[in-house]
Design a protein around this ligand. Structure first.
Ligand code: NDP
Length: 330
């Protein structure tokens, strides 16, 4: 079997040299274990954090060990009564073409339910739940709110905007990194969108949300966060989901210079992790399945072919080469 290992830890931007392509012999599945052939794996921004050797909410990847992450595959040998050959399963043994592990580490899913199998890694999986939980629980979205989301053409951001629309937002504004992404956001029903390369985010956001915003869903941090604080209405809420603009920084980055506005505007700013909202999955999955069925929510995917290209897919994600969810076909 083939695996991608962490070969070295990046300083700043990662490169292909940080990854090793390794051939391994897999054991036969022991009692209670299964052998799974992976079909697709996910690359996600949080993996950048796991490449660092620092204490965090999730343990660092280990050097010279396979990397991990969301994946979907097919059971090809089973030594467990819980899973049968042919079952489709989601799990966390990505970055490899095959995995042997206890059956309880895999979750059986219906491969025919969603429009694409990869939806389990995106709109119906972790990124979709992140969007849903962040908007509804963390930001306390209510009908009539004006919403701004950054990273809006990505896996999480595109879903945030469309859910906000479906739940009755008065205005949905998104930012993204190219003109093509901006056009796509307008097609998806955003009221306004801008390319953050086109000028100071503060000015672009002011033009896109002249009457201000009630909710900011932050995927980016930096100047986006400062601009959003500036545009917030009274009692505005900021869900701090991610800050991808700082993940490769080698120096501490400055805080928003206008933080004192939080006081007068009574702004709530709250960080969150999707895993703390896992119990919402029961409510989220059927709701999202319905939105997908009736066309309320649409989703894009950027599919990179071949396990060997997984590092390049990950680096491409950090550079913004994806529209919607970035996945690797194995
Ligand atoms: P995306 O699909 O949004 O991919 C990342 C995108 O980030 C790129 O496509 C790129 O798009 C954008 N980007 C990269 N660098 C910058 C930059 N300097 N400034 C602005 N945008 C940039 O990834 P996800 O949807 O999976 O994740 C989105 C965010 O949500 C990330 O910050 C991630 O860490 C966070 N997250 C947090 C979770 C939680 O539990 N808190 C769970 C899941 C995700 P562009 O072309 O627009 O620049």
């Amino acid at each position: 079997a083939r695996e991608i290992h962490l070969a070295s830890r990046p300083q700043g931007w990662p490169t292909a040299d940080n990854f090793a392509h390794v051939q391994v012999e897999l054991p036969e599945p022991a009692e209670g274990e299964v052998l799974v052939r992976n079909l697709f794996m996910s690359v996600d921004p949080y993996m950048r954090g796991r490449m660092n050797d620092v204490k965090s909410y999730v343990a660092p990847f280990q050097l010279d060990r396979p990397m991990e992450g969301g994946a979907i595959g097919e059971v090809v040998a089973s030594n467990s009564a819980d899973l049968a050959v042919g079952d489709t399963v989601t799990h966390n043994y990505g970055w490899r073409d095959h995995a042997v592990a206890p059956a309880k580490h895999f979750r059986k899913v219906d491969p025919t339910a969603p429009p694409t199998l990869t939806a389990y890694l995106g709109v119906l999986g972790m990124p979709g739940l992140t969007a849903y939980a962040g908007l509804t629980e963390v930001a306390g979205f209510k009908e009539g709110d004006a919403v701004f989301v950054s990273g809006a053409a990505g896996a999480v951001g595109s879903v945030v905007g469309q859910i906000a629309r479906a739940l009755g937002a008065s205005r949905v504004v998104g930012s993204a990194g190219s003109a093509a992404k901006v056009s796509r956001l307008l097609e998806l029903g955003f009221d306004a969108a801008f390319d953050y390369h086109d000028g100071p985010v503060r000015d672009l956001l002011k033009a896109a949300a002249p009457e201000g915003i009630d909710v900011y869903f932050d995927n980016v941090g930096g100047d986006h966060l400062e601009a959003a604080i500036g545009r917030m209405r009274l009692h505005g809420r900021i869900a701090v989901c991610g800050m991808i603009s700082v993940y490769n920084a080698t120096e501490p980055v400055p805080a928003p210079r206008n933080l004192s506005l939080l006081i007068g505007k009574r702004i709530t700013m709250r960080g969150f992790l999707v895993q703390d909202h896992a119990r919402l999955m029961k409510e989220f999955v059927p709701r999202m399945a319905g939105w997908l069925r009736d066309g309320t929510v649409r989703y894009d995917e950027t599919v990179v072919d071949g396990l060997d290209n997984a590092p390049e897919a990950f680096l491409g994600l950090l550079r913004g080469e994806n529209t919607g969810k970035m996945v690797v076909r194995i």
